[in-house]
Structures are given as structure tokens and as C-alpha cells.
Design a protein around this ligand. Structure first.
Ligand SMILES: Nc1nc2c(ncn2[C@@H]2O[C@H](COP(=O)(O)OP(=O)(O)OP(=O)(O)O)[C@@H](O)[C@H]2O)c(=O)[nH]1
Ligand SMILES: [Mg+2]
Length: 324
């Protein structure tokens, strides 16, 4: 415990080793994570959390790399977290990318880490939120969280950041059409990457039309914010400033209205998730629950009845023992 406290202090002082260890604990769902952060929790909330998501190969890592460069130029401390990367974080095949990334990783103002999600329910977003909290407390100004794909788990992660950047690129075709509704739902900023490739202009127009078409609903959900569509080329470093500007505009919008509330809601959601996990442990950790359930099921009791009976029994026991 004492050791954990000093780890928290080291984290708050910006110690990269402490940060790396804490992110490993977050990744593994290690209970020491919570006790290490508790003494320095008051420091959380200063980092801006950017999520970068989109289909495989859209250029997310290349873009994150370019964004990190621009943010470093503005003297921001940057934390990059790639969740479940499908390809090495170097941005794939381009040697130039790899060299740039390595330059960046020797820069003390950039912390880079990839993280594998646990298979368990809610594991991906829990671990990602914890890692962001650790980076935040370590004094990182801008977090860039990359997730690949556009499924439910990625959307859950994206619901835990301040600004969601969705990266698309020309040529993804039908795939993009199929998931467009979901994309427009979560995106605060849309990037059409690979603007050097044919079809980019058309994709920009298409997305702009779609944003406009469903503006009523989306606007209400996002407090009047209209997601801009930014054409950029991460590989060529084109219009990265435009993207930085779009993110800054979204941040200014949130800071004017809704940021505190959105963050409060997210913390509540986190508490709820952790409580549900605790309850699950209590219910299934209670002696004999599994056996009793098996017995009842074998006796032909319908599953819903088995569940409510056993839950009532375990929770009654838990309240009684907490009173004693
Ligand atoms: N032409 C062009 N190619 C690009 C651009 N940005 C990235 N790429 C290339 O697209 C490929 C995928 O880039 P990544 O950055 O790895 O894409 P990603 O979305 O992170 O990929 P995953 O993490 O595997 O989903 C690489 O070969 C990049 O060099 C761009 O602006 N223009
Ligand atoms: Mg990537």
C-alpha cells in the first residue's frame, strides 16, 4: 500500500516508468491500479482526451503520428495509446513513418504505448479509461487514443473521450456506407485521410451531405455541434493544422457548454460499471451459488426464477453480514 502511494506520487511527478507500470496494471485489471491512483486522484481532469477511430488501414496511426508532431510543435505533452493495434504502431510499411515514430519516441514530451484489451465484458473501455486517467495524472496535455474498427467495443471506448475523430479514406466503399449511421453518431470531427488519393473529394462531399441530412438529431445529441469534415493527408503532412484546428474548435465548443456535465456523466457510468463488476463478483463468489443454480435448473426451475431466487438470497446475505 505504501509502495503504491509512492508510485502514485511518482506518476504525478511525471515519471514515465511509473506511468508504464500503471498502464500495465490497467491492462491486466490489477487492483493495485486503484490504490496507486487514489492519493493523487485530485490531479485528474487536465488532459484533453482525443479518440481516433475508423476502419482498418484508414491511416489512423499515420495521422496520430502527424498530430503528435503538430502538438509537440505547440509544446504540448502528448500521450499516444494504441488499443489492440492490428498493425505495428509505426504506421505500417513506410520506412519513413517508422523513422519518424522513433524520433518521436526518444522525445521526452511523447509517451507511446500500445495496449491489448482483455476479452472480458467492458474490459476494453475500462482499461482504456484507466490508462487515460494515468496519463492525465502524469501531466500529459493531449491524449491520442487509437482504436481500430467500428464495432460496439470501439464505440464504448470512444464514449470515454472528449473529442472523437473518425478517420475514413477513399476506396473503402460499401463498408463505409454500411457503418455510416454509427460513424456519424459518434464523430465530433470527420477526417477524410489520403486526400492525395482519387475519390477523396467525393467522399468529403458525401460525408458533408450526410452530416447535414441528419443534423437535427445529431445536433441535439451533441449540444449544437456540427461535425466538420476535414480532408487531410497524414502521409504527406497535408492539412494536419486543419485537423488540429477542428479539434480545438470542438474543445472550445465543449468548454463553452457541456464539458463538465459530459465528464460527470462518464464518471457516473464508470462507477456504475465498476459496481456491476463488484456485484457480479459478490453474486458468483458466494459459496454454493453455482451448485444451487445447477440443482434448480436440473429440477426444471425456469432460469429466470433461478436467477431471481438466488440473487435475492445472496443479496439478503450480503446486507445481513454488512449490518452485523
Ligand atoms: N496515400 C496515402 N497513404 C496513406 C496516408 N496515410 C496513411 N497511408 C498509408 O495507409 C496505410 C495504413 O496506414 P496506418 O496509419 O497504419 O493505418 P491504420 O488506420 O492505423 O491501420 P490499422 O491500425 O491497421 O487499422 C499505410 O501504408 C500508410 O502509409 C495518406 O495520407 N495517403
Ligand atoms: Mg493503426
Amino acid at each position: 500500500m505504501i509502495e503504491n502511494e509512492s508510485l502514485g506520487q511518482r506518476l504525478a511527478a511525471g515519471d514515465r516508468g511509473a506511468l508504464a507500470r500503471l498502464i500495465s496494471w490497467a491492462e491486466n485489471g490489477d487492483p493495485r491500479f486503484a490504490s496507486a491512483l487514489a492519493p493523487v486522484w485530485a490531479r485528474v481532469g487536465r488532459a484533453w482526451r482525443n479518440g481516433v477511430t475508423g476502419p482498418p488501414g484508414a491511416g489512423k496511426s499515420t495521422l496520430v503520428n502527424a498530430l503528435a508532431g503538430a502538438l509537440r510543435g505547440a509544446d504540448k505533452r502528448v500521450g499516444i495509446l494504441a488499443v489492440d493495434p492490428t498493425s505495428p504502431f509505426t504506421g505500417g510499411a513506410l520506412l519513413g513513418d517508422r523513422i519518424r515514430m522513433e524520433e518521436r519516441s526518444s522525445d521526452a514530451g511523447v509517451f507511446i504505448r500500445s495496449m491489448a484489451s482483455r476479452g472480458s465484458h467492458g474490459g476494453l473501455s475500462r482499461a482504456a479509461v484507466d490508462a487515460c486517467d494515468a496519463m492525465d495524472i502524469a501531466g500529459i496535455d493531449e491524449i491520442l487514443l487509437e482504436t481500430v474498427g467500428v464495432g460496439q467495443a470501439e464505440f464504448d471506448v470512444m464514449s470515454a473521450v472528449d473529442t472523437v475523430v473518425v478517420v475514413l479514406c477513399p476506396g473503402a466503399g460499401d463498408g463505409v456506407q454500411a457503418m455510416k449511421a454509427g460513424i456519424l453518431e459518434v464523430a465530433d470531427v470527420l477526417v477524410v485521410n489520403k486526400s492525395d488519393v482519387a475519390g477523396a473529394d467525393r467522399l468529403v462531399l458525401d460525408l458533408e451531405e450526410s452530416v447535414a441530412a441528419r443534423l437535427g438529431r445529431a445536433r441535439e445529441a451533441k449540444g449544437g455541434w456540427k461535425a466538420p469534415v476535414v480532408a487531410a493527408s497524414a502521409a504527406l503532412g497535408r492539412n494536419i493544422d486543419g485537423l488540429v484546428g477542428a479539434i480545438a474548435a470542438h474543445r472550445a465548443h465543449l468548454e463553452r457548454c457541456g464539458l463538465a456535465r459530459a465528464r460527470r456523466e462518464r464518471r457516473l457510468e464508470q462507477v456504475r460499471r465498476v459496481m456491476a463488476q463488484h456485484l457480479d463478483d459478490v453474486l458468483w463468489g458466494a459459496g454454493g451459488v453455482r451448485e444451487a443454480a445447477e440443482r434448480d435448473l436440473a429440477a426444471g426451475v425456469p432460469p429466470y426464477d433461478v436467477a431471481s431466487r438466488l440473487a435475492a438470497r445472496v443479496l439478503r446475505g450480503a446486507t445481513e453480514s454488512s449490518r452485523a
